[in-house]
Design a protein around this ligand. Structure first.
Ligand code: SAM
Ligand code: SF4
Length: 314
């Protein structure tokens, strides 16, 4: 979609916009279904990159303890727990700039993926920058989707990160697409970007050769010690509008209401689901940030008459 079209959609009266996005949603998805994804940090902290939002960057004093790559046993315990709680997708994140074939850490990640993929959940990893060789090997090991967020517009990106570029992100996404893995790619709002930056990000996402299979929309979780540690919360109606426009621009993508749900009311989340969000992160921890407790989410979905997606295989 073109920027002007996205802008026109975004600025309609709210109820017109969410009626339209709901109609698009119902053409492509079961309206009552919400996917629950579990996210585990398999390697925390000490990252070489300077992403201004991130508690895991070694450039900032955030008080976060640096940890080594988790053992296979630790990851499997978390994966079994996620599955028993009803997650149908298991995502694993690592605080690295990227990972290269031939390194010990890559071999260990491949081994973890081979085991986790036996559990029948979708397997997603977010390991930073990779090339075609790594992408092919991850796919062969059982990864279904690779997450690599664009985070914001190409214009605003240099304000947020200086250690890698927007083009680096696009190159990794191209390598992932080439391997046949699905791409999970979205962004963060509330970092001081303009509305135009948010829509520019959607423009880039919707014009990728193959649009992403899932689009996480994160609201910044301000992390003390990072340059964005004092950012105010995102306005709920701006979030709802963005979700609705994402649903219309990327009708076949799962739109994931990702980080920042602890700061949203139940009513706010309900509006996000109506506008087109159909996936959430589930479980009380999101990498290093807080997430609503699993039982609160179960209760919320039940109250709204929404149904958690069920596993199709075991
Ligand atoms: N290091 C890899 C990378 O940067 O792609 C993977 C892990 S990184 C923590 C995954 C994503 O988490 C980031 O791209 C960003 O969108 C999101 N994220 C990290 N910190 C966040 C925060 N404080 N608030 C909201 N989203 C955040
Ligand atoms: Fe490192 Fe990823 Fe955090 Fe950036 S977002 S500092 S690359 S862990």
């Amino acid at each position: 979609m073109k920027f002007g079209q996205l802008q026109a959609l975004y600025h309609q009266p709210l109820f017109d916009l969410i009626s339209k996005s709901r109609a698009v949603h119902l053409q492509h998805w079961r309206g009552e279904e919400v996917q629950r994804c579990s996210l585990l940090s398999i390697k925390t902290g000490g990252c070489s990159e300077d992403c201004a939002y991130c508690a895991q960057s070694a450039h900032y004093s955030t008080g976060l303890e640096r940890e080594e790559l988790l053992s296979l046993e630790e990851v499997m315990t978390a994966a079994h727990r996620a599955r028993s709680q009803g997650a149908t997708r298991f995502c694993m994140g690592a605080a690295w700039r990227g990972v290269r074939d031939g390194s010990e850490k890559f071999e260990r990640v491949l081994e973890i993926v081979r085991e986790v993929s036996q559990l029948g959940m979708e397997v997603c990893v977010t390991l930073g920058e990779i090339g075609s060789v790594e992408a092919r090997k991850l796919k062969a090991a059982g990864v279904t989707a690779y997450n690599h967020n664009l985070d914001t517009s190409p214009e605003f990106y240099p304000e947020i990160v200086s250690t890698h570029t927007f083009q680096d992100r696009l190159d990794t996404i191209a390598a992932v697409q080439e391997s046949g893995m699905s791409v999970c790619c979205g962004g963060i709002i509330g970092m001081g970007e303009t509305e135009a930056d948010r829509l520019r990000m959607l423009e880039v996402l919707s014009n990728l050769d193959r649009p992403p299979e899932s689009v996480p929309i994160n609201c910044l979780m301000p992390m003390p010690g990072t340059p964005l540690g004092d950012q105010p919360a995102v306005d709920i109606f701006e979030l709802v509008r963005l979700i609705a426009v994402t649903r219309i621009a990327l009708p076949k993508a799962r739109v994931r209401l990702a980080a920042g749900r602890t700061r949203l009311s139940r009513e706010g989340q309900a509006l996000c689901f109506f506008a087109g969000a159909n996936s959430i992160f589930y479980g009380d921890k999101l990498l290093t940030a807080k997430n609503p407790a699993a039982d609160l989410d179960v209760a919320l979905l039940r109250q709204l008459g929404l149904q958690p997606q069920r596993m199709t295989s075991s």
